[in-house]
Design a protein around this ligand. Structure first.
Ligand SMILES: Nc1ncnc2c1ncn2[C@@H]1O[C@H](COP(=O)(O)OP(=O)(O)OP(=O)(O)O)[C@@H](O)[C@H]1O
Ligand SMILES: [Mg+2]
Length: 358
């Protein structure tokens, strides 16, 4: 059996005051509703509780329903070993958020590793079109899902980098040269971990590239080529950390390393970030997510939960049908404002109105 969400309870999250929802354990469950009635909110609540990611770059407080001080998302999950998990995610205006898995405090990353999830919304087009941060996040969340060692490297690198930032700032304030020596030792470790992260990312890209092209062609038709590239901010991290040290102290941040690298996407030989059309960027963004989804499925046999927010409005019936056919054992929650007849033939259809589901 595949991992699935058994029950979802959302209170005071965006337009939703109180909502309780039980999707099918496998296959497609649809949520249909008019614009502004809470379709994205329900997907976002689930996605936020598990991955900590919101669909928009708006401040987290804006997720809390107007007039409330806190929002609670409660997710009951059954794992593929038939273990019941209970996840509580509390968002507060005071910033004292809580995340508990079976009543124990946990990190988002731990939750994401325990409950793998693929979420896609229309705003995901930004993964192709916007600054490198989202593309790095894509690679790193893949590493977190794909292996413990890679996930540890990402964690370690981020910790070391934060530590270096505070060190740089303290040297900047005090001109303390003892710390400058300490930076020498420190940079060796940072460079080592950074090189590891780069290698993990590049290996991942090599594994995902053909699946990505395949996925793109499934949606857009054959005859398109998709290639990936990795752009490094430094090809010798230890050397460049040393070279940039004075500059970094002045700026209070580290100028080179995987946190400054980028994933390059080429569609039919052109850099998709700058040259692809909007429709091509949207398709590529979707293909990126789905390629990772398939990679995880092929690798472990475990399918991440799939959340698709409002993607059908862009597709014709034939494409919707072929897409829906592929999700037989995966739990897939889809939202749409158009009540396609097809949806009722593949699974239950719920209606959402003013943040309530029925
Ligand atoms: N913090 C908040 N408190 C109360 N309402 C909010 C809050 N944030 C957003 N909303 C409202 O939530 C409503 C539902 O938004 P949501 O994005 O879930 O709708 P939707 O069903 O996905 O619509 P669409 O079909 O247009 O994508 C919007 O009308 C918005 O004004
Ligand atoms: Mg929406």
């Amino acid at each position: 059996m595949q991992l699935f969400v058994e029950h979802l309870e959302v209170s005071n999250f965006r337009v939703i005051e109180n909502l309780s929802f039980e999707p099918n354990s496998s296959g497609v469950t649809s949520i249909v509703g008019r614009n502004g009635h809470g379709k994205s909110s329900i997907i976002e609540a689930l996605s936020f509780a598990i991955s900590g990611k919101s669909f928009r770059s708006a401040p987290k407080e804006s997720l809390i329903r107007r007039g409330s001080n806190e929002s609670l998302i409660r997710v009951q999950v059954i794992t593929n070993e038939e273990r019941a998990l209970s996840l509580d995610s509390l968002i507060t205006r005071s910033g004292q958020d809580k995340l508990r898995l079976n009543t124990n405090a946990v990190s988002r990353r731990e939750v994401f590793r325990t409950i793998p999830l693929t979420a896609f919304s229309v705003t995901d087009i930004e993964i192709v079109s916007s600054s490198p941060q989202l593309r790095r996040d894509y690679m790193d969340s893949a590493l977190v899902l794909l292996g413990v060692k890679a996930a540890e490297s990402v964690d370690n690198y981020e910790k070391l980098l934060r530590h270096r930032t505070s060190l740089l700032k303290s040297i900047q304030r005090s001109g303390d040269f003892d710390s400058f020596d300490y930076l020498e030792v420190f940079d060796e470790r940072l460079a080592e971990e950074g090189e590891r992260v780069v290698t993990f990312r590049m290996n991942f890209l090599a594994r995902i590239e053909s699946r990505l092209e395949e996925m793109y062609q499934e949606i857009a038709g054959t005859g398109h080529s998709v290639r990936l590239g990795y752009s490094r901010s430094s090809d010798d991290l230890y050397r460049d950390l040393k070279v940039c040290r004075s500059d970094d102290i002045r700026k209070g941040s580290t100028g080179v390393g995987p946190h400054r690298d980028d994933l390059l996407l080429y569609l039919n030989g052109l850099n998709a970030r700058y040259e692809a059309s909007q429709g091509e960027q949207r398709t590529l963004a979707f293909a990126l997510k789905m390629a990772l989804h398939r990679l995880i499925l092929d690798r472990s046999g475990d399918s991440p939960i799939l959340l698709l927010d409002d993607i059908f409005s862009e597709l014709d019936e034939v494409r919707i049908e072929s897409l829906l056919d592929g999700f037989d054992s995966t739990q897939c929650i889809v939202t749409t404002s158009i009540d396609h007849k097809l949806l009722a033939s593949v699974g239950p259809v719920f209606h959402i109105e003013n943040g309530s589901i029925h």
